[in-house]
Design a binder for this molecule. Structure first.
Ligand SMILES: CC(C)(COP(=O)(O)OP(=O)(O)OC[C@H]1O[C@@H](n2cnc3c(N)ncnc32)[C@H](O)[C@@H]1OP(=O)(O)O)[C@@H](O)C(=O)NCCC(=O)NCCS
Length: 254
């Protein structure tokens, strides 16, 4: 077990050195990190907008059918070919607009809660923590853990994000291991997390850390989303829930 962890860590060091960088350090958040942490989190989160609007469409065939029906209806009403030719661009534009609106709403909520006052939210309670990954003295990534007592003693992994310029060096993997160590050290039985990402990166990352997908919600009610007809028409996401059994996890060091 320990051999496996040290092999993975050596691999991460190799990747970091290969790219001419010094070793990677994961440490607890300090107030001086706040600006960088907020920037990395917001940028990583906003990256999901085009994925949700465009890539997400492939995962919702019922939406494609609905848009096709709208196209036929438009043609019947207008009998105008140019309207039909423009419709795909209008649909994609609306999907981008409403995804952006929902994501901004969510970000506003998060910034008025934990990410707006990181120190108070994460550093004052023993059951929660936010860590940063530091490469050559620069903050390049973050992750947070929040302990939950109900329904079971689980810790929730949140806010995973890595600066775009430092991806694929193993930064997120190291951050993920930190959360697992925290859970094991504090006697939690499970680490849970949820994601609405459509890109393969977070899914592969969590699977490589030992997480199993325990549920998929199609049409997840994103915090920050409104109930308007237009929003419901052009914004729909799939939510994956992941869970990790801390005691039986091969990568846990405790
Ligand atoms: C997802 C994210 C945190 C990964 O960060 P990272 O530091 O690049 O990830 P790592 O280098 O530690 O990769 C660990 C493993 O994850 C998988 N992975 C990471 N990026 C990947 C990509 N672009 N495509 C496919 N697999 C990927 C691989 O299995 C990788 O192991 P390998 O490099 O040995 O193949 C980063 O891409 C990110 O910040 N994205 C935007 C924000 C986001 O999506 N956050 C997650 C919300 S739940």
């Amino acid at each position: 077990m320990e051999q496996q962890v040290s092999k993975i860590k050596k691999n991460i060091c190799r990747k970091v050195h290969q790219n001419g960088l010094q070793s990677l350090v994961v440490r607890e958040f300090r107030p001086v990190d706040k600006e960088e942490v907020q920037r990395i989190y917001c940028e990583g989160f906003m990256e999901m907008i085009p994925d949700t609007a465009f890539r997400g469409l492939r995962h919702h065939p019922e939406r494609l059918l609905l848009y096709a029906a709208m196209t036929v209806l438009c043609f019947v009403i207008t009998m105008c070919w140019w309207v039909i030719a423009l419709l795909p661009a209008i649909v994609l534009g609306c999907r981008y607009f409403y995804s952006r609106r929902v994501f901004h709403g969510y970000l506003e909520q998060v910034m008025s809660k934990d990410m707006g006052d990181i120190e108070r939210f994460y550093s004052k309670s023993p059951d929660s923590c936010l860590w940063v990954a530091v490469l050559e003295g620069k903050v390049v990534g973050l992750v947070a853990a929040v302990g939950q007592q109900r329904p079971r003693r689980a810790v929730e992994l949140q806010r995973m994000s890595v600066d775009r310029r430092y991806r694929r060096y193993g930064v997120a993997f190291e951050l993920g291991l930190k959360v697992q160590d925290f859970a094991a050290a504090h006697g939690y039985s499970t680490v849970v997390l949820g994601t609405i990402a459509y890109t393969p990166a977070p899914h592969r990352l969590y699977q490589s850390l030992g997480y199993c997908c325990v549920g998929v919600t199609n049409g997840y009610a994103t915090p920050g989303a409104g109930m308007s007809l237009m929003e419901r028409l052009f914004y729909k996401v799939r939510h994956h829930s992941y869970s990790l059994d801390v005691q039986n996890n091969k990568l846990s060091q405790h």
